[in-house]
Design a protein around this ligand. Structure first.
Ligand code: SF4
Length: 364
């Protein structure tokens, strides 16, 4: 018996499924696990493909909102659906394409949202061309997610699934201006504009995405000595932190709220700490003074409308620390042009792979 079937048997099939409610794709987890328990994996796959065209992507990269909201979480035995998604992705999606519509759709951006929308329109019988400035599909997954966290062979599987359905790709080419000759153009251009929070980029201050791109694709040279600082608490910050810790560098994450409040994946933080990274929570980098950073302590305040505690910077207990390089990971934005249709991070802001796919599938 597969270990996943044993795991599926642990599902309590709660009348109110918090796991599915928390999943950005609202995967029918309880129903799929019932099928798994009976060994009906193809039937479980059929059910999941209706909501998620790329279970291999969420299986590999989702932050497991399902497990965090599983009622067994309190017992320390939550069920995460992502390993099931990875296995389901080995089964074909047997949905049939509809009759050709004679419509031709262009999608700019081959990240998870662009690819999910392409797949949806292909099934609808439309002709689809996807453009991307990078030489591969994947968007941020190709450009920034470190190899230790994401096996890029998964992108080959996704590309095959799309080309088998007739998708055209024009890669390694930036689209400038308006695309002509299509019935509809959809923008899945991601959110890549870093928030600099008043810092000026320099030899010693750079953005986290550039670090990740440079490590993954370039020959970025980093000094083996000196202290590196990562400023932020999201997944970009954690990817930077782990990347530098794994290189054996002295690296510290600085985040203004507490560990509990940080938006990044706690599992990645735990791994970073095991790999030697340090953390300073409830701390801000107030300013740069020559070769030093002025760190100030913070305390948490009231719960805000966004569901997160506010923070207040304290004047006492500030500290100057020497630094070799500071990487800013304080969020990314996208700029949009009125009248265009956007999906994924370009529409909803920097998010996660499941939310990006969900945003694409919500568009007609
Ligand atoms: S997409 Fe994420 S939240 Fe949804 S079932 Fe998969 S792992 Fe869980």
């Amino acid at each position: 018996m597969s270990s996943l079937i044993t795991l599926a048997r642990g599902c309590l099939h709660c009348p109110k499924a918090f796991c599915s409610a928390a999943c950005p794709l609202h995967n029918p987890i309880s129903e799929a696990l019932s099928l798994y328990e009976q060994g009906q994996i193809e039937a479980a796959a059929k059910l999941i493909y209706e909501r998620n065209p790329f279970p291999e992507l969420t299986g590999a990269l989702c932050e497991r909102f399902c497990a965090k909201n599983c009622v067994k979480h309190r017992l320390g035995q939550p069920i995460a659906f992502s390993p099931f998604e990875s296995e389901i992705a080995q089964y074909p999606d047997r949905r049939k394409k509809k009759e050709p519509t004679a419509k031709h759709i262009a999608i700019i951006g081959a990240g998870p949202a662009g690819l999910a929308y392409a797949y949806k329109r292909l099934l609808n019988g439309d002709e689809v061309t996807v453009y991307d400035r990078y030489p591969s599909i994947g968007g941020a997954l190709y450009a920034f997610i470190p190899d230790f966290r994401f096996d890029k062979k998964i992108l080959d599987q996704v590309a095959k699934r799309l080309t088998d359905r007739g998708c055209h790709f024009i890669l390694g080419q930036e689209v400038k201006g308006e695309l002509k000759g299509y019935d509809h153009v959809v923008y899945a251009t991601g959110a890549y504009e870093a928030n600099l929070a008043g810092f000026k980029l320099s030899e010693k201050i750079a953005v986290g995405l550039d670090l990740l791109y440079g490590l993954k694709h370039g020959d970025l040279k980093l000094s083996p000595t000196g202290s590196y600082f990562i400023y932020g608490g999201g997944n970009v910050a954690l990817d930077c932190l782990r990347s530098l810790a794994r290189l054996g560098l002295d690296v510290t994450l600085v985040y203004r709220r507490s560990e509990l409040q940080m938006p990044g994946d706690k599992e990645q933080l735990m791994l970073a700490e095991k790999e030697g990274a340090k953390t300073r929570f409830l701390t801000v980098i107030d300013k740069v003074e020559g070769d030093q950073l002025l760190l100030k302590k913070c305390e948490l305040g009231q719960l805000g409308e966004d569901g997160r505690r506010s923070f207040k910077v304290l004047e006492e207990g500030s500290e100057l620390v020497p630094f070799a390089k500071l990487y800013l990971c304080l969020g990314e934005r996208s700029s949009r042009i009125e009248g265009r249709t956007y999906i994924g991070d370009a529409a909803i802001g920097s998010s996660n792979v499941a939310a990006a796919i969900g945003s694409a599938l919500a568009l007609d």
